[in-house]
Ligand binder design. Structure first.
Ligand code: PMP
Length: 428
């Protein structure tokens, strides 16, 4: 059947759900926030290139030249997709997690970091992890509105002692509530106080145009597998200066321009100053090419159409959930908050893991349950009503020996047909 307007053909539409009791229903993939089904167009591009791939930057042979050309042109495609400034660098990484860990390792030593407790762990944890060059990490409490978020950041930065380097890390769209964060205003607040900002766009980029230059963010990170490409590649893009000044993320071939035995023992190394500095080893050229293919497909489909289509699904889900007794949709910023196609909820008296398991086994619907790698956020959202005695008895995941803390998350995007959403609401 013809895809709905604004809808791209995705592989997920052809997948049957073998676990459905006595049924052969089309599998309804409603867990795009974890990993979105790859676009058919991306698979086609990858399949067309796969027989020809070779190692990039490493040979005069035809396959190596072709791969180098595709790898570097993929970098340019991503830079265009993100609206990067001319002197920004686009580094291919493994994922958003990898991108943010890379940035944490590349900070000028002692950089103060500011982050809200509401972040995904990939954005919350790297700054105080082993490889991080960060100094003090300030964790701000969950704000109640976008305006509160800006005010809280503003006053935290105003209270800074000294004028050393500082970095703010913030999400563009929450992987739990789907709510949009005021990125432009937070960036302005950061810059007012001499801090820089990295945008975690893992959930934003698949649903919304991201324009680095227009927003003013200093870096942006996202993952290919949430942007309708396969696993294995991600992106860190933005200001070159800190990346160029930092030690390479990994030491090895490709990152090094010249290596000599040192007179006094050991080796002297001259490192690359381009993105290759942080891409040691044979790069994942297929992963980069797949991301570029997804960027092209989304650009051609047009975000206006994609956003309009997705917002009808968001409205359909929220209206459907509002009609069901005992369902509470999780929100930090209130019912009117703008959000992408990510909705989490709890149902009075029901265990979220059991609901998710039943949706899968009985209805062929894939959703996510749990704490979504954002424990402090789920704690803030469910603190008072996170679990009833019944859900504990039903085996809800325990919140560190406290009340059970978990929710169900339904998420969707390009290629999601109305039928999947309707089946989900009917099943619930
Ligand atoms: N940030 C957000 C907001 C996310 O939703 C995720 C993935 N759930 C990540 C970061 C981490 O992405 P990845 O697992 O691809 O590294």
């Amino acid at each position: 059947s013809a895809p709905a307007p604004g809808c791209l053909p995705v592989l997920g539409r052809d997948v049957r759900a073998p676990l459905v009791t006595g049924g052969d229903a089309e599998y309804a993939a409603l867990d795009y926030a974890a990993s979105a089904p790859a676009l058919q167009r991306v698979w086609d591009d990858v399949a067309a290139y796969a027989p020809y791939y070779g190692s990039v930057h490493r040979g005069a042979g035809y396959l190596s030249q072709l791969s180098t050309e595709l790898f570097e042109s993929s970098r340019a495609t991503v830079a265009g997709f993100l609206g990067c400034r001319p002197d920004d660098q686009v580094v291919f990484t493994r994922s958003t997690t990898d991108s943010l860990n890379l940035l944490a390792a590349a900070l000028p030593p002692g950089t103060e970091v500011y982050v809200f407790e509401t972040e995904h762990h990939a954005a919350l944890l790297p700054w105080q992890h082993g490889g991080s060059a960060a100094g003090r990490v300030t964790v701000l409490p969950a704000p109640g509105s976008p305006g509160q978020a800006v005010a809280a950041l503003d006053s935290a930065l105003a209270a800074r002692v000294g004028d050393g380097p500082a970095l703010v890390c913030v999400t563009g769209a929450s992987n739990v509530t789907g709510e949009l964060w005021p990125v432009r205003e937070l960036t302005a607040a950061a810059h007012r106080h001499g801090a820089r900002l990295v945008l975690d766009a893992a959930q934003l980029a698949p649903h919304h145009p991201v324009d680095v230059a227009d927003l003013g963010v200093d870096w942006v990170a996202f993952s290919g597998h949430k942007l309708y490409a396969p696993f294995g590649a991600g992106v860190l893009a933005g200001r070159a200066d800190w990346l160029r000044a930092a030690p390479p993320y990994l030491a090895g071939g490709g990152a090094s321009r010249r290596v000599l035995r040192a007179a006094g023992g050991g080796v002297d190394v001259e490192w690359q100053t381009t993105a290759a500095r942080h891409e040691a080893g044979s790069p994942n050229v297929i992963g980069a090419y797949a991301i570029a293919s997804a960027c092209r497909a989304l650009t051609e489909a047009g975000f206006d159409a994609l956003v309009a289509r997705e917002q009808t699904l968001v409205a359909r889900v929220l209206a459907g959930l509002a009609e069901l007794p005992g369902v509470r949709v999780l929100s930090l910023f209130g019912a009117d908050a703008a959000r992408v196609g990510v909705v989490s909820f709890v149902v009075d008296g029901w265990s979220s893991p059991h609901l998710a398991a039943a949706l899968s086994a009985e209805h062929g619907i894939g959703v996510r349950d749990g704490l979504f790698c954002a424990h402090p956020l789920v704690r803030a959202l469910l603190g008072d009503a996170g679990g009833s005695a019944e859900s504990a008895a039903c085996g809800g995941a325990a919140g560190d020996g406290e009340r059970p803390l978990n929710a169900v998350r339904v998420s969707f995007g390009a290629g999601t047909p109305d039928e999947h959403v309707d089946r989900f609401l009917a099943a619930l």
